[in-house]
Design a protein. Sequence first.
Length: 364
Amino acid sequence: MDNASALAPADRDRVSTRVSLALLGVRSDAPVRRTGGAGPSDDGHFVVDGEGAAIPLNPNSPYVITASGRLTRDGADLGFDVAPVVRPKFYDLHTDEGVAYDKIAKLHGKNVLATTVVQTCVRYDESERCRFCAIEASLDAGTTIAVKTPAMLAEVAEAAVRLDGVTHMVMTTGTSNGWDRGAKHLARCVRAVKAAVPQLEIQVQSEPPADLQAITDLYDAGARSIGIHVESMDDDVRRRWMPGKSRVSMDEYRAAWREAVRVFGWNQVSTYLIVGMGEDPDEAVEGARELIEMGVYPFVVPFRPLKGTLATDVDKVPAPHRAIVDDITSRVAGLLHAAGMRGEDQKAGCAACGACSILKTAGA
């Protein structure tokens, strides 16, 4: 059950449509949207058949949402109910110091609070930067602040839960120079939010720390899921696309994933796998298989061209071909099915939300 044939024809059609939607975007307005940042970005947030979806906004897309909330292409109803996510009430609030709450954290999907606790990265020099990333572009645009304090995040999280029904939170960070690679500040932020909103589940995201004790420290702070994102298991791809980050070896990633599974548990650890960076599809699927056998959820997402990134502004890399994304997503979904691993079983985070991937549409 590790290929597209594992899905019924109707389900395969729905997966293919969602892949096309993720690549071509939709002609629609969206009150909740995101630009810049570490990516995926430049999208609007929608509810598609009850699930959150982050979809690029493209005025030239063949996909249109009707006034009655149906997804159409060339006038044909495609069988999806779609509605824009409503602008959250907490976006109207400010801290006592005058910082807008939406510069501290954003709503993602329909019920996820997301924040980048440190909006700078030690690898952001052009010679070191990940070519798909625009983490500091948000600072340049004035849509966020460089460092979110634990007190700020606790204040915003409490309001987002109380006013807008947020159910889980994602905290990521730019990489620091320290041994912890940003995990210490993440842990402080987690503790503050859990003290203010004990019921809010939190996922943290960081590079593999030099000292794996940091993984236990994040769990002890109150996080219950963790993302340690490699983006590609192919070292050649990593060197081309992530010249700085690729110096963190795959052995270090594997050690961090194993320790994270030991600490957080099976299927509470995830990693992004980006499709469209020149990877071999069969090798990408085999990499996902290795992760699943380790207890790590491979969160497969298509590369999305993003203004402000080197991939888009310099390299002019287009979005991947629909058939490649469809193939890899469907095969990885089959592997996840066979393992009994579902994103929605994660306590919090990207896999639990699923908005940036098509895996949830494929039943994984």
